[in-house]
Design a protein. Structure first.
Length: 119
Protein backbone atom coordinates (compact mmCIF):
# COMPACT_ATOMS: atom_id res chain seq x y z
CA UNK A 1 0.00 0.00 0.00
CA UNK A 2 1.32 3.43 -0.91
CA UNK A 3 1.99 6.09 1.71
CA UNK A 4 -0.78 8.32 0.39
CA UNK A 5 -3.30 5.52 0.94
CA UNK A 6 -2.15 5.11 4.55
CA UNK A 7 -2.37 8.86 5.11
CA UNK A 8 -5.88 9.01 3.66
CA UNK A 9 -7.00 6.03 5.76
CA UNK A 10 -5.64 7.60 8.93
CA UNK A 11 -7.23 10.93 8.09
CA UNK A 12 -10.58 9.22 7.46
CA UNK A 13 -10.41 7.47 10.83
CA UNK A 14 -9.58 10.71 12.63
CA UNK A 15 -12.39 12.48 10.74
CA UNK A 16 -14.90 9.82 11.83
CA UNK A 17 -13.71 10.01 15.44
CA UNK A 18 -14.20 13.79 15.52
CA UNK A 19 -17.59 13.48 13.85
CA UNK A 20 -18.64 11.00 16.54
CA UNK A 21 -17.28 13.25 19.31
CA UNK A 22 -19.12 16.29 17.98
CA UNK A 23 -22.34 14.25 17.89
CA UNK A 24 -21.83 13.08 21.50
CA UNK A 25 -21.34 16.71 22.48
CA UNK A 26 -24.74 17.57 21.00
CA UNK A 27 -23.39 19.01 17.76
CA UNK A 28 -25.30 16.72 15.46
CA UNK A 29 -25.10 16.87 11.68
CA UNK A 30 -28.36 18.76 11.15
CA UNK A 31 -28.67 20.81 14.32
CA UNK A 32 -27.11 21.48 17.70
CA UNK A 33 -28.74 20.49 20.96
CA UNK A 34 -28.75 23.14 23.70
CA UNK A 35 -25.76 22.77 26.04
CA UNK A 36 -28.12 22.09 28.95
CA UNK A 37 -29.39 18.91 27.25
CA UNK A 38 -26.01 17.15 27.24
CA UNK A 39 -24.45 15.50 30.30
CA UNK A 40 -22.90 17.93 32.78
CA UNK A 41 -19.43 16.37 32.44
CA UNK A 42 -19.37 17.33 28.74
CA UNK A 43 -20.73 20.85 29.00
CA UNK A 44 -17.38 22.63 29.44
CA UNK A 45 -15.89 20.89 26.39
CA UNK A 46 -19.07 21.68 24.47
CA UNK A 47 -18.72 25.38 25.26
CA UNK A 48 -15.21 25.31 23.79
CA UNK A 49 -16.54 23.60 20.66
CA UNK A 50 -19.28 26.24 20.48
CA UNK A 51 -16.58 28.94 20.37
CA UNK A 52 -14.85 27.12 17.52
CA UNK A 53 -18.16 26.63 15.73
CA UNK A 54 -19.17 30.29 16.09
CA UNK A 55 -16.11 31.49 14.18
CA UNK A 56 -16.92 29.13 11.31
CA UNK A 57 -20.64 29.89 11.49
CA UNK A 58 -20.08 33.64 11.17
CA UNK A 59 -17.85 33.00 8.17
CA UNK A 60 -19.99 30.38 6.40
CA UNK A 61 -23.50 31.20 7.64
CA UNK A 62 -24.62 27.57 7.48
CA UNK A 63 -24.60 25.26 10.51
CA UNK A 64 -23.78 22.05 8.61
CA UNK A 65 -20.91 23.67 6.71
CA UNK A 66 -19.61 25.32 9.90
CA UNK A 67 -19.70 21.97 11.72
CA UNK A 68 -17.76 20.30 8.90
CA UNK A 69 -15.23 23.15 8.81
CA UNK A 70 -14.70 22.84 12.58
CA UNK A 71 -14.21 19.08 12.27
CA UNK A 72 -11.78 19.61 9.38
CA UNK A 73 -9.81 22.10 11.49
CA UNK A 74 -9.58 19.61 14.37
CA UNK A 75 -8.54 16.79 12.04
CA UNK A 76 -5.88 18.95 10.38
CA UNK A 77 -4.45 20.02 13.75
CA UNK A 78 -4.36 16.52 15.23
CA UNK A 79 -2.95 14.92 12.10
CA UNK A 80 -0.18 17.52 11.86
CA UNK A 81 0.72 17.04 15.52
CA UNK A 82 0.94 13.28 15.09
CA UNK A 83 3.12 13.73 12.01
CA UNK A 84 5.37 16.15 13.90
CA UNK A 85 5.78 13.68 16.78
CA UNK A 86 6.64 10.93 14.32
CA UNK A 87 9.29 13.11 12.65
CA UNK A 88 10.78 14.06 16.03
CA UNK A 89 10.89 10.37 16.97
CA UNK A 90 12.75 9.51 13.80
CA UNK A 91 15.28 12.26 14.51
CA UNK A 92 15.66 10.87 18.06
CA UNK A 93 14.65 14.15 19.65
CA UNK A 94 12.68 12.30 22.33
CA UNK A 95 11.72 8.69 23.23
CA UNK A 96 9.40 6.84 20.89
CA UNK A 97 5.74 7.20 21.74
CA UNK A 98 4.27 6.11 18.40
CA UNK A 99 6.69 3.65 16.79
CA UNK A 100 6.13 0.04 17.81
CA UNK A 101 9.07 -2.33 18.10
CA UNK A 102 9.46 -6.09 18.65
CA UNK A 103 11.83 -5.50 21.57
CA UNK A 104 8.98 -3.63 23.29
CA UNK A 105 6.54 -6.51 22.74
CA UNK A 106 4.95 -4.80 19.75
CA UNK A 107 4.38 -1.57 21.67
CA UNK A 108 6.08 1.78 21.77
CA UNK A 109 8.84 2.51 24.25
CA UNK A 110 6.62 5.05 26.03
CA UNK A 111 3.76 2.54 26.30
CA UNK A 112 6.02 0.09 28.12
CA UNK A 113 7.35 2.81 30.42
CA UNK A 114 3.83 3.91 31.33
CA UNK A 115 2.82 0.34 32.19
CA UNK A 116 5.95 -0.20 34.29
CA UNK A 117 5.38 3.01 36.28
CA UNK A 118 1.61 3.63 36.52
CA UNK A 119 0.53 7.00 37.84
Amino acid sequence: MKLINHVLDIRRLIQQAFDNRFSRMGLRKETALPVEQIPAEHQEKRRKLDELMSSHLSELGNYEEARQAAINECVFTLFNRIAAIKVMESKELFPEIITRRKENAGRSFEHNVCEAFPQ
